[in-house]
Design a protein around this ligand. Structure first.
Ligand SMILES: C[S@@+](CC[C@H](N)C(=O)[O-])C[C@H]1O[C@@H](n2cnc3c(N)ncnc32)[C@H](O)[C@@H]1O
Length: 316
């Protein structure tokens, strides 16, 4: 038997993507003329109702994605399969999700590679999990930890829906990472912490990471950022932590009106990465003194080694 001219993506790739005609059971994304988005599963004989009449699922099933369909009341709808970046911001949520711009930063800057063993906590709604699974592929492993059962259930449904089945590289453990990861006895390549208090998991992360491995934290506030960075320094078994944030600005491009878009997501979260040193090794001592007053009397958090207890204020 000859191969079809444009074969589907191999199911062995576990990409969550299909090519070719839209099939029964697949999810599609409709965008109306005002930019409103609707996602639904294709079911033979079913109707999709909107505020501009209805559309028949049967008029979508069997067509190549990327077309415009007119509803019974004359509304026009653009129809595609949802991209991963679209799926994660429209799927049901238990907890706040990692936004696609940050998931991309995590995959790149925490160096998530095919075949890697990555640990993440908490799994939340499973948004980051989908990007991590895409990046490690079926020969890698993503071990997710979540301490709230109701969130774990939401994540399980979302991840299974996106990949169209149980991804072979994924396992989800119900429990606190700080206890469950040491109990697993696993050694891993990368650890991503998206939770309120990632510093509470740093010892467990340090013990599980291989030398050269990366810990990456995603935190919403400056106080969390400070506490995590200082805890990493105090631990001593990591390189100097690298904190950053990413800002993405859309542009309006229309004739002579070429300018930044008026709306922008001003803040999502801060990211920090640090690399695990080999056992018993510490990074070189910093030659640069801390900024004046950085660890003065008003500072109450963890202090890195070498900072005197009576560090003066910025005024001296
Ligand atoms: C912001 S959500 C994670 C969102 C997720 N990364 C996503 O993209 O959908 C934070 C989650 O961490 C969980 N959590 C907090 N501390 C934890 C810990 N020590 N171990 C495991 N899960 C934890 C919370 O229950 C919550 O579901």
């Amino acid at each position: 038997m000859s191969e079809p001219a444009d074969p589907d993506v191999s199911p062995d790739a576990w990409s969550g993507v299909h090519r070719g005609p839209l099939r029964v059971g697949e999810w599609v994304r409709l965008v109306d003329q005002k930019g409103r988005r609707h996602n639904f599963e294709l079911v033979p004989g079913k109707r999709f109702f909107s505020n501009r009449g209805h559309l028949e699922h049967d008029d979508i099933i069997g067509r190549e994605e990327g077309f415009t369909l007119v509803s019974s009341a004359g509304g026009e709808y653009l129809i595609f399969r949802p991209l991963l970046s679209e799926f994660v911001v429209s799927m049901p949520r238990g907890a706040a999700v990692v936004y696609p711009k940050d998931a991309a930063q995590i995959v790149a800057m925490a160096d998530i590679f095919p075949g890697a063993h990555v640990v993440e906590a908490g799994v939340g709604s499973g948004a980051l999990t989908c990007s991590l699974l895409r990046a490690v592929g079926p020969f890698g492993r993503v071990s997710s930890y979540e301490r709230r059962e109701e969130f774990a259930d939401v994540a399980r449904k979302n991840v299974t829906q996106f990949f169209g089945g149980d991804h072979p590289a994924w396992d989800l453990t119900l429990g606190d990472l700080a206890e469950a990861l040491p109990a697993s006895g696993e050694r891993v390549d990368r650890i991503i912490l998206d939770m309120l208090a990632p510093w509470e998991c740093l010892d467990a992360a340090a013990d599980a990471l291989r030398p050269g491995g990366i810990v990456c934290a995603y935190v919403a506030t400056t106080t969390q950022l400070s506490r995590f960075v200082e805890t990493v320094r105090l631990h001593g078994g990591f390189t100097e932590p690298q904190p950053w944030e990413s800002l993405v600005r859309d542009w309006h491009v229309e004739g002579l009106a070429v300018r930044p878009g008026h709306k922008m997501i001003g803040h999502t979260a801060f990211l920090v990465t640090a690399r695990r040193m080999a056992p018993g090794q510490r990074p070189p001592l910093k030659k640069r003194r801390p900024a004046p007053g950085a660890y003065g009397p008003d500072y109450t958090g963890p202090k890195p080694p070498g900072v005197p207890e009576d560090e003066p204020t910025a005024e001296g």
